[in-house]
Design a protein around this ligand. Structure first.
Ligand code: MN
Length: 164
């Protein structure tokens, strides 16, 4: 988990996005989804993990209904403080356009009893390409799976689906 790529893509003199750093979290792990009106509208799906937000860009609205699959493109980790960010990234900057929080809440790994256990399961899930989580948001609630497509030509592609 590193913010190197995040920082390399941005000029913090020109964007209002947080420079951020790795940080400790609260009692429960958090997630946030930001609606991002960049050149292509998408939803940034972010899970707190080991002091950063592990992130996927979802081109269509994340599913509230079980069985609906959404493509989720794994992107660079973002700082935890990004979860509070709303505003407009000015033209000419990476990801230029309006960012608004679409949903947020807490989450745990499926079957995990503690924060530490969740972290361990998410870690393993990221490695093996299947992260199973329980979301407690306003819009998204329930069990979700993130499944890596494991295609040599599409390394960053995952599927986000609400479990039946
Ligand atoms: Mn984005």
């Amino acid at each position: 988990m590193t913010l190197k790529v995040y920082k390399a893509k941005r000029d913090f003199k020109k964007t209002p996005e947080p420079k951020g750093k790795k940080a400790g979290g609260g009692k429960e792990l958090t997630f946030v989804i930001q609606k991002h009106a960049a050149s292509h509208l998408h939803y940034d799906f972010r899970l707190e993990h080991r002091g950063v937000l592990v992130s996927w860009a979802v081109p269509k609205e994340p599913p509230k209904v079980a069985g609906v699959k959404r493509l989720a493109i794994h992107v660079e980790d973002h700082p935890l403080s990004y979860g509070e960010f709303e505003g407009t990234i000015p033209k000419g900057n990476y990801g230029a356009g309006k960012v608004a929080i679409w949903d947020k809440g807490t989450y745990s790994a499926l079957g995990a009893e503690t924060r530490g256990e969740s972290a361990k399961r998410v870690e393993e899930g990221l490695e093996k390409g299947h992260v199973a989580i329980v979301l407690k948001g306003k819009k998204l609630k329930g069990n979700y799976d993130l499944i890596h497509l494991k295609r040599a030509d599409k390394k960053n592609m995952w599927i986000l689906v609400k479990r039946k």
